[in-house]
Design a protein around this ligand. Structure first.
Ligand SMILES: Nc1ncnc2c1ncn2[C@@H]1O[C@H](COP(=O)(O)OP(=O)(O)OP(=O)(O)O)[C@@H](O)[C@H]1O
Ligand SMILES: [Mg+2]
Length: 227
């Protein structure tokens, strides 16, 4: 369960201050698939970064299960992140000089898993996203949709309880977006992975059972369907 209470985040100071999150409060249950929507600059990416402990908040509470990460230091949060969280970004963020299985294995290597074990698990994760035949290809030789599938394989290689996705289909055409969303739904249903995904696309947002809309850093809608 993810519990957020009175979360506030401001970038910069004085005249230049941008209040990215204002008193954000909600709970996401384990196994939910939730979309985060709202206009550009509304605070969606900031929210994901703060929830994952990549950025700090000014005030408020963030509980990942029974872990109060708002009270934790970076090192402790990094450990929790490696153990429990996966990330998917709009721009894939793959390492161009590593092939598909090497990119996929990175989080395991960072957690200290031995190389041969990491490779076996990376190949399994690539199979889950339908890319078993592309394990040795480099990002430059794969399509956008295939690169996003490698990024999903990398995000799930450690079997995370939570998957954060920031515009995972933002760079893809409708048909490829459909495949990627189908894959996230499959992970949600078959593995019970909690999925929190930022999207501009109403078709994508509607595939989640719940939608949280952020505008000017505030939650202006939280429930089924879009508004
Ligand atoms: N690193 C930063 N430094 C300063 N201001 C920032 C930073 N990141 C975000 N902001 C500001 O915080 C606010 C929220 O930005 P955020 O990136 O979370 O919006 P978003 O909803 O993800 O927008 P988009 O849909 O365009 O990706 C904006 O006013 C933005 O300018
Ligand atoms: Mg954003």
């Amino acid at each position: 369960m993810i519990t957020v209470k009175g979360l506030t985040k401001t970038y910069g100071k004085g005249e230049a201050a941008a209040r990215a999150l204002r008193d954000v409060t909600f709970t996401i249950n384990s196994g939910e698939m939730v979309s985060i929507t709202g206009p550009s600059g509304g605070g969606k990416s900031t929210l994901l970064h703060v929830l994952a402990g990549i950025e700090s908040c000014d005030s408020g509470e963030i509980w990942i299960g029974d872990a109060p990460i708002h009270q934790w230091d970076d090192r402790k949060i990094a450990k929790l992140r490696l153990a429990k969280m996966g990330f998917v970004f709009q721009a894939y963020h793959l390492v161009p000089v590593l092939n598909a299985w090497e990119n996929t294995a990175l989080p395991l290597i960072a957690s200290g898993v031995p190389a041969n074990k990491a490779k076996t698990r990376a190949l399994e994760a690539l199979k889950e996203v339908g890319l078993e035949g592309k394990a040795k290809q480099y990002p430059g030789a794969l399509s956008g949709g295939q690169n996003q599938r490698v990024a999903i394989a990398r995000a799930i290689v450690g079997k995370p309880a939570i998957l954060w996705a920031d515009e995972p289909t933002g760079a893809l055409d409708t048909e490829t977006s459909e495949q990627i969303i189908g894959m996230l739904e499959m992970l949600n249903r078959h593995h019970g992975t909690t999925i929190v995904m930022v999207t501009h696309d109403p078709l994508v947002a509607n595939r989640a059972s719940r939608s949280i809309r952020l505008q000017n850093g505030r939650v202006v809608h939280d429930g089924g369907g879009l508004q």
